[in-house]
Ligand binder design. Structure first.
Ligand SMILES: [Ca+2]
Ligand SMILES: [Ca+2]
Length: 206
C-alpha cells in the first residue's frame, strides 16, 4: 500500500470520527438521570434524557445496568428483562422505560457500590438507585434490610405506611422521592397513589 493510499485512509477515518463528534457524544453533566423508577404493574414511566454539547441525542442507546447485588435485591416481575435494560432515545434525547418490579434501593446502603449504572452509547452517565411505590415488604423491611417478598412483588398497606409520613410532612425520604427532585411532595404522591390504590402486584421472577 502506497503512502498516498494510507494517507487517504487516515483522512477518511478522520472524517468519520469528526462526523461522530459532530453528532455529539453524551455529556453526563448535561444529561438527566433520575433514580430508576419501577412498579409491580409496570405503569410508571422512567425517563433518561441524553444531551451532548450540540443538544439532545437522537437514537442513543441507553443502558441501565444493575450490579449482581442490586439485581438480587430488586423484586423483579416475571417477564421483565434484567439485569441489563435497554432503550433508545427519541429526537428529544429521551429514552422511556416501563420497568415491572419493586423495591427501594438507596445506593448508599448496598454492600458493593455502585448499585445501578446508566450508560448512553457506552458512556457512563450516572450511578443511581431504585425507587418504587412498592418500597418495602409486608413487614416494612427494605431490600437492603433483608426483605422477604415471598412469591409476589406487592404495593400494599406497608408501602402506604412507609410513604405517608414523608409525603404528609414533606420530610425528605429517598424511598418516597419518585422523581428524584430531592423533595417529597404532591408529584411523588401522584405517582405512588394509583399503584397503591389498585394494590398492584406481580409474580416474582425466580
Ligand atoms: Ca411492598
Ligand atoms: Ca420528589
Amino acid at each position: 500500500m502506497g503512502s498516498r493510499t494510507t494517507r487517504w485512509i487516515l483522512l477518511a477515518a478522520g472524517i468519520a470520527a469528526a462526523g461522530l463528534a459532530w453528532a455529539g457524544l453524551p455529556d453526563a453533566s448535561l444529561s438527566t438521570v433520575p433514580n430508576v423508577l419501577v412498579s409491580p404493574d409496570g405503569t410508571l414511566e422512567y425517563m433518561v434524557t441524553v444531551v451532548g454539547e450540540s443538544g439532545p441525542l437522537d437514537t442513543a442507546l441507553v443502558q441501565i445496568s444493575f450490579s449482581t447485588e442490586a439485581a438480587g435485591l430488586v423484586c423483579w416481575c416475571t417477564g421483565q428483562t434484567k439485569p441489563l435494560i435497554e432503550a433508545r432515545t427519541n429526537a428529544s434525547g429521551q429514552a422511556s422505560f416501563f420497568i415491572a418490579g419493586g423495591g427501594c434501593l438507596n445506593p448508599d446502603s448496598v454492600a458493593s457500590p455502585p448499585a445501578v449504572e446508566v450508560y448512553a452509547n457506552g458512556i457512563l452517565l450516572k450511578e443511581v438507585g431504585v425507587v418504587s411505590p412498592d418500597a418495602v415488604d409486608s413487614d416494612g423491611f427494605l431490600p437492603t434490610q433483608g426483605w422477604n417478598t415471598g412469591m409476589l412483588c406487592t404495593a400494599g398497606l406497608s408501602d402506604a405506611a412507609r410513604h405517608t409520613s414523608p409525603i404528609s410532612s414533606g420530610q425528605y425520604d429517598f424511598c418516597t422521592d419518585m422523581d428524584s427532585d430531592l423533595d417529597c411532595d404532591l408529584e411523588d404522591a401522584v405517582a405512588i397513589t394509583p399503584v397503591l390504590a389498585t394494590g398492584a402486584a406481580c409474580t416474582r421472577s425466580p
